[in-house]
Structure formats: structure tokens, C-alpha cells
Design a protein around this ligand. Structure first.
Ligand code: WT7
Length: 651
């Protein structure tokens, strides 16, 4: 796309930018350059100013950044504050108690609107209930819930008393839930009987029961919200009804005084080895960046905007942009319980129209699925309230970008392509909606304060061209480590460049304008529908099945999902037929969850390996994608293995 076109789009869009007078709004590339210069001149001074301006401190910090033991950085470490106080009390005290904090729509269609005053009262009741159950600051609480307001209440109640939450996505299996409970040594699980998905109640409590059967011994209580109305088993000494427990509690609970570096939450994500990593985020730095990125990259304005991030709270996107970001700003966030295409592919647009959503944030995979469903669906709904559109999770192809821009945004809404990760806490590379000229498919430029760079294998910066994405300077919302595994933190993110900078695991290209184009993961991590899955995690699930001797999992390009899962399986028993294929898919669903089920299982006599015994993944990726094999296979232990795999594909 020509530079001219992009700039004229920008001018067009500015007409729709409402007038602003907030310090946090970046309205032009000149202002962006000023911010960058400000950071360059005095990095810590800039962070100090932002942290003092944007957070409410019970005791302000004096020290900005402790770099004594890199990469174990500590931010604002002598300050004290409380996240729930920043997200609730502060706004009520400012006179916004009646403002809507959460608009919730259930899948069957019921709507709840919860004001800041109501949310504060409910969070206090829940926090008091947690105390009654013996939960103290630092204790871990696992949250396994549908997208209902009580999920946000549970998260905020933890922050009120300093308990560390770990939200587990509701579609993960009982076994995956147990692994996370055990790794975090959680004392309490908060769940629901079930939630609505695709027109039926999806059971959650029974999965908690299964997870705690013969495991998860650290758990003393299970707190159950009634949502689905489905029948559940009950262990009287362990299980408690949320409503019954909360209704006797006071709606006043003073926010705990917590250190800036107090652990806020653990969120498990897949890595390149079998075991998911518990990414640890702490209090002040995370909250600061959640708020700032809402203001900068979404141009979010409390009291005017209705912000909808379609991600489930089981993912970092849901943490930062369904809950903490919008609430830290005192604005309105929308939560939707169900499937985006239920009962028809117009559901998302119906919700946008019904609640006058102004900022909408979703994943390219959803956009591509909606393109396929047809333009008649958005056409049925009035989308004129929309003014900013965001995307996240995977590279967005220019066609999907243009559709989003023209059909949904009506050429009036900037497209904000946000690159970031569970580990980064919030956006890192993203356009400023009313300042940055966009290019379809590029996340554009790093936000102020973020020193993102594209480097070669030795860490040398590449002015123009492809390389690896790194972050050169610590930033406040960076992960503080992997729960219980210091070594893995060092290995995964820092060893590659000898501790000099953070390695993101993504490949990227920088163009002639300095714009960054994300190319995707360079490790054994898959990105399926914007969800991160480890190939080794799926492989270990497969080999745990009695019929499987060996397995190799690779990603294959997919038109809608970005990547789909292809598993090559060598059997030790059983017949390689459709029944076994289905059984293996089911098995992976039970071990990890439905999202990890392979789309395709190919039975093989053996896996192609080098003479040193390494599985040749690149070769398998080519075979899975039906691409021509460009690789030299002479180092293969058995070249016949490859020939047979290729023949199998043609047949
Ligand atoms: C990985 C992080 C951050 C919330 C969602 C996923 C990929 C993320 C983009 C984007 C291209 C992207 C990267 C990254 N990714 N956003 N805008 N363009 N790729 O969080 O599960 O931690 O996954 O998602 O590969 O490393 P996550």
C-alpha cells in the first residue's frame, strides 16, 4: 500500500477523534517523538512521573528501578498500593460510583450492568469471605470460571487482600487444572457449577472435582458460583456456595497495604518444553502499564467509551484488557459469556450495537471466521458507535485487516494491531490510533518507554530486514519470573543473548520506515487461533496414550486459525485407523483441553531423524503444509521414512 494512502486514511480518521485534553493522549507523531526523547534523556525519570501520575499510592515510592540482580528487576520497590483500590475505591471517591464498571451479557441474552459502587461492595464481600476461609496475603487462589462478572469480582477480591490469583481457562481439562493447582500450591479454588456455551451448559464443577480427586491436596475449599443451574456433586466439608458465603459478609473491607513488588497473579502459558510455565506478574508495574496502554493504544476515555475485549479472562488479554486496564482507568468494560458465533455469526455485532461499544478488540482468527460468514451479518447491525478497532494474538493478514477497516470500521476507525505476550503484561508494539500512520499487517512502532529491537543471532541490531525480536530495556509490566523455576526464566528469555536483553521468541522484520512486522514464533510454540500451545506439551499427551510409541507435533498454515495442529504418530500397538485417530484426539482433549486437539493425525512407520537422533521438525512442517522439500535429507538416518511420508500424502 502506498504511503500516501495510509496518510490520507489517518487524516480521515482524525476527524472522528473526539477532542481531548488528557496528558496521556498522544495525538501526533511529534508528540510520540517527544515521548521517545523524554525516555532517552531520562528513562527512570519518565517512568517515575508516569507511575506517580497514573497510580494511587498508599505510600509513594522513592526508587524507580532496582537493577542489582539482572534480570530480576524490581520496580518502584519501596512503594505501597492496592490494585483493587486503584480499580474501584479511587473512582468511587472521585464521584463516579454510579458509573457502569461492567456490562455483562450472558449467552442466553440476559444483561447485567454493575456500577463502580456496586462492584466495590461485592469485591469487599468476596474479600471478607476469602479472609473467613483463611486466605492470607501471598496465598494462591485458582479461578476456574466462565465469563461472568463474579470472575472479575474473584480476581479483584484476591488483590484486595494480597492473595495471588491464577486463572485457568475454563476449556482446559481436569488434568491441566490439577497440574496448575499443584504447581501453584493453591489453597482455594473458585469455580461455577457451569456456564453457557453454544446453547448448552458447560460443566465446570465436575472438572474441579476430578482435578481434586487424588491430587491437588493443597486445596482446602472450593467456592462455587451458581450460574449454569446444572446439578453438581457436593462435598460438604470442602465445597461452599458463593452466594451463601458472601451474603453474610460486610461490604466494607479495607484494601491491604501491599508492596509494589507483591505478587499479583500467576498465569500459566505454554513454552517449548512439556510443562506450562507459571508467568508471574507483580502489583505496581503491571497495573501502571495496563492503564497506560488503555490510554495510549486504545485512546480509552472513561465515562465516554464502552470497551469490549472479546478474550476470556483465562488468557492474559482478558486479564489486562477485560479487567485491570479498563477498571484502572475508571471506564466501562463489556464481558460476554458465550461463543461469538452463537446463535448466529452476527452475535458480536448485535452486542456491539446493543451496548454502543466504542472500542472493540479481538483476534485475527475471529475476524477471518467472520469474513467467511459473510458481510450480511455486520450489515444487519448499527455499528456507528465503534471508533477504534484492535487486534491481537497473531499476525493479521492484510486482507483481513482491510475487511476489518472497511466493513466493520467503515474507514472511520483506526486499526490497532497490538503485539505483546503473556510475559509482557500489556501492549509493546502498537500504533497510537490518532497519530501513527498504519500499514495493514504491521504492528508499527514500539510504545513510548519500550525499547523493542530486531537483532541478528549475535544480538546486533538490524536497521532494515529480518531477525529476532528483543526488548533492550526492562519495563514495568515485564514478568518477574516463572513460578518456582528461576532457572527456566533465565534459560527461556535471557540466555540467548547472555542476559543483555529480553528474547521474545518471535521473528520480526523491520522495514524502511522502521515499522515492525511480526513473523511468528521461532521456537516450538504453536499459535492456534491466537492461543499459544507447546508442541512438546501435545506430544507428551500423545505418548501417554497406550497405543503411541512416538509423536511429533508441528503447525500447519490455516486460513482461519492461523495455524492448525498436525501430529505425526508412530504406533506401538493398535490399528492405524479412523477410530484410533478419534480416540487420540479425544485423549489429547482430556489431558490438555479441546483447544489442543490435533486437527490432523498422520500415522507413520517412523519419524525422520538426523543421525544424532533429533526429529527433523522443519521437514515435518514442510510435509504437513504440502510444501516442496527443499531440505537436504542426506543426513537422515533413514531417507526412506521421508519418502514414505511423502507418498502417504499424495495417496
Ligand atoms: C505470542 C504471545 C498477547 C495476548 C495474546 C497472546 C503472538 C501476539 C501479536 C500480533 C503478531 C502476535 C506472538 C507472541 N502475537 N500478538 N499483534 N502480531 N503476533 O498472548 O499467548 O502470550 O502469545 O502471540 O507470537 O509471542 P500469548
Amino acid at each position: 500500500m502506498a504511503e500516501e494512502t495510509i496518510t490520507s486514511m489517518l487524516e480521515e480518521r482524525r476527524k472522528f477523534a473526539p477532542p481531548r485534553n488528557e496528558t496521556a493522549h498522544i495525538a501526533s507523531m511529534e508528540q510520540y517523538a517527544q515521548w521517545r526523547a523524554r525516555f532517552e534523556a531520562d528513562r527512570e525519570g519518565a517512568w517515575r512521573e508516569l507511575a506517580l501520575e497514573h497510580l494511587h499510592w498508599q505510600q509513594p515510592f522513592t526508587r524507580v528501578l532496582n537493577r542489582e540482580r539482572p534480570p530480576f528487576f524490581r520496580w518502584f520497590e519501596d512503594g505501597y498500593l492496592n490494585v483493587s483500590e486503584n480499580c474501584l475505591d479511587r473512582h468511587v471517591a472521585a464521584g463516579h460510583g454510579a458509573r457502569t464498571a461492567i456490562i455483562w451479557e450472558g449467552e442466553p441474552g440476559e444483561v447485567r450492568r454493575i456500577s463502580y459502587a456496586e462492584l466495590l461492595a461485592e469485591v469487599c464481600r468476596a474479600a471478607n469471605a476469602l479472609k473467613q476461609l483463611g486466605i492470607e496475603a501471598g496465598d494462591r487462589v485458582v479461578i476456574y470460571m466462565p465469563m461472568i462478572p463474579e470472575a472479575a469480582v474473584a480476581m479483584l477480591a484476591c488483590t484486595r487482600i494480597g492473595a495471588v490469583h491464577s486463572v485457568v481457562f475454563g476449556a482446559f481439562s481436569a488434568q491441566a487444572l490439577r497440574d496448575r493447582i499443584e504447581d501453584a500450591q493453591a489453597k482455594l479454588v473458585i469455580t461455577a457449577d457451569g456456564g453457557w456455551r453454544r446453547g448448552a451448559v458447560h460443566d465446570l464443577k465436575s472438572k474441579v472435582d476430578q482435578a481434586l480427586d487424588g491430587g491437588g491436596n493443597s486445596v482446602r475449599h472450593v467456592l462455587v458460583v451458581r450460574r449454569g443451574g446444572n446439578k453438581v456433586a457436593w462435598k460438604p466439608e470442602r465445597d461452599l456456595d458463593w452466594q451463601e458465603v458472601l451474603c453474610v459478609e460486610s461490604d466494607v473491607c479495607p484494601p491491604a497495604r501491599l508492596n509494589a513488588e507483591h505478587p499479583l497473579f500467576i498465569l500459566y502459558t505454554s513454552g517449548s518444553t512439556g510443562k506450562p510455565k507459571g508467568i508471574l506478574h507483580t502489583t505496581a508495574g503491571y497495573l501502571l502499564w495496563a492503564r497506560l496502554t488503555m490510554l495510549w493504544s486504545f485512546d480509552f476515555h472513561a465515562g465516554r467509551d464502552v470497551f469490549w475485549c472479546t478474550a476470556d479472562i483465562g488468557w492474559i488479554t482478558g486479564h489486562t484488557y477485560s479487567v485491570y486496564g479498563p477498571l484502572a482507568c475508571g471506564g466501562t468494560t463489556l464481558m460476554y459469556e458465550g461463543v461469538p458465533t452463537f446463535p448466529d455469526p452476527g452475535r458480536l455485532w448485535q452486542i456491539c450495537a446493543a451496548h454502543d461499544v466504542t472500542i472493540f478488540y479481538t483476534a485475527p482468527t475471529a475476524i477471518r471466521a467472520l469474513i467467511k460468514a459473510g458481510d450480511e451479518w455486520p450489515a444487519r447491525h448499527d455499528l456507528s458507535s465503534l471508533r477504534v478497532l484492535g487486534t491481537v494474538g497473531e499476525p493479521i493478514n492484510p486482507e483481513a485487516w482491510m475487511w476489518y477497516y472497511t466493513v466493520i470500521g467503515q474507514r472511520r476507525c483506526p486499526i490497532v494491531d497490538t503485539w505483546w505476550q503473556t510475559e509482557t503484561g500489556g501492549h509493546m508494539i502498537a500504533p497510537l490510533p490518532f497519530a501513527t500512520p498504519t500499514k495493514p499487517g504491521s504492528a508499527t512502532l514500539p510504545l513510548p518507554g519500550i525499547e523493542a529491537d530486531v537483532v541478528d543471532g549475535d544480538g546486533k541490531s538490524i536497521a532494515e530486514g529480518g531477525g529476532l525480536l528483543v526488548i533492550r530495556e526492562p519495563w514495568p509490566s515485564m514478568l518477574r519470573g516463572i513460578w518456582g523455576d528461576e532457572q527456566r526464566y533465565l534459560e527461556t528469555y535471557w540466555r540467548k543473548f547472555d542476559g543483555r536483553f529480553y528474547f521474545a521468541g518471535d521473528g520480526a522484520r523491520r522495514d524502511e520506515d522502521g515499522y515492525i512486522w511480526i513473523m511468528g514464533r521461532v521456537d516450538d510454540v504453536l499459535n492456534v487461533s491466537g492461543h499459544r500451545l507447546g508442541t512438546m506439551e501435545i506430544e507428551s499427551a500423545l505418548v501417554a496414550h497406550e497405543a503411541v510409541a512416538e509423536a511429533a507435533v508441528v503447525g500447519r498454515p490455516d486460513e482461519v486459525k492461523g495455524e492448525s495442529i498436525c501430529a505425526f504418530v508412530v504406533l506401538k500397538q493398535g490399528t492405524p485407523d479412523e477410530a484410533l485417530r478419534q480416540a487420540l484426539k479425544r485423549h489429547v482433549g482430556e489431558v490438555i483441553g479441546a483447544i489442543a486437539k490435533p486437527d490432523e493425525i498422520r500415522f507413520a512407520e517412523a519419524l525422520p531423524k538426523t543421525r544424532s537422533g533429533k526429529i527433523m521438525r522443519r521437514l515435518l512442517r514442510d510435509i504437513a503444509a504440502g510444501r516442496e522439500i527443499r531440505q537436504d535429507i542426506s543426513t537422515l538416518e533413514d531417507a526412506a521414512v521421508v519418502r514414505r511420508l511423502l507418498e502417504d500424502q499424495q495417496g
